[in-house]
Design a protein around this ligand. Structure first.
Ligand SMILES: Cc1cc2nc3c(=O)[nH]c(=O)nc-3n(C[C@H](O)[C@H](O)[C@H](O)COP(=O)(O)OP(=O)(O)OC[C@H]3O[C@@H](n4cnc5c(N)ncnc54)[C@H](O)[C@@H]3O)c2cc1C
Length: 240
């Protein structure tokens, strides 16, 4: 197998996320029992949700979760992804899966440069051979399957392709998009974040229509002098 391509599929979100969020928010402010308040119109629910979110009351957003299946990403990406702690992950194992024919991700800066690309492909080919040689050597000593794979994987690069199932609730997704849609985020996780955001926006526009890099909500760049220049820094906005 060769170069892998990003694929993001929505595995699951509840049947009516708008209704669930509406009822969760309404229960906070209603004397009635929310199970009896199901008759509101869609526009009414969306308007209520927007008002609540604008007020900064975001904890009810935790009731709705999105589960994504993701493939064609590097181990470098998933190492960053799993730093987001308010989420659940199930990642393809390099112990239980034989990786001798692993796919890989080529960063655009390398893919577009014939010299760098050539060197990249040469090293990947060398790693594959090394993995194969180690598997053979271990097999000669009676070590095979997961026992061999769990050690041979030490040779694998961060470019190695992986697959992962991720579940995040809406509150964490907004936080994730704030960080990872940022121009300063690494290109691969930024691309993933935008793909996930597109899906979330389709399913739940009232929650995700304004989601994106945190600067867009703040009106300034919290990264200070590290910023990309799209927005002024906080100091510039405050005139300091
Ligand atoms: C541009 C960029 C550069 C980065 N560079 C580095 C780097 O050089 N080195 C590095 O190690 N990491 C780096 N990171 C990763 C970063 O430090 C976080 O680990 C990662 O982005 C996860 O975000 P988080 O901790 O805010 O949120 P999550 O884990 O997604 O949690 C969401 C929120 O929940 C709250 N929360 C979660 N757990 C706790 C807790 N235990 N205590 C209190 N509050 C909690 C916080 O408010 C947190 O923001 C970088 C991230 C970005 C976006």
């Amino acid at each position: 197998m060769g170069v892998a391509r990003l694929r993001v599929e929505l595995l699951e979100v509840c049947e009516d996320p708008l209704e669930l969020l509406y009822l969760s928010y309404r229960q906070c402010y209603s004397a009635a029992f929310v199970a009896d308040l199901r008759e509101a119109k869609r526009e009414e629910k969306e308007a209520f949700l927007r008002r609540m979110m604008a007020s900064g009351h975001t904890s009810p957003l935790e009731h709705v979760k999105f589960t994504f299946a993701i493939e064609g990403v590097s181990r470098a990406l998933t190492h960053q992804l799993v730093r987001h702690r308010i989420a659940s992950y199930s990642q393809q194992s390099q112990r239980y899966v034989d990786m001798r024919d692993f796919s890989y991700i080529v960063p655009p800066s390398i893919a577009s440069d014939p010299v760098a690309r050539g060197e990249f492909e040469r090293v990947i080919a060398e790693i594959r051979k090394g993995y194969e040689r180690i598997m053979q050597r271990l097999a000669e000593r009676g070590i095979s399957g997961e026992e061999a794979q769990q050690d041979a994987r030490f040779l694998l690069p961060q470019a190695a392709e992986t697959k992962i199932v991720v579940t995040m609730n809406c509150r964490e997704l907004l936080h994730f998009f704030g960080q990872r849609c940022c121009q300063r985020a690494q290109w691969e996780i930024r691309e993933l974040a935008y793909r996930m955001l597109e899906i979330c926006r389709q399913r739940l526009p009232a929650v995700f229509e304004k989601a994106g890099p945190k600067c867009e909500a703040l009106g300034y760049c919290p990264e200070g002098t590290f910023g990309c220049g799209r927005y002024p820094t906080r100091e510039e906005v405050l005139g300091r």
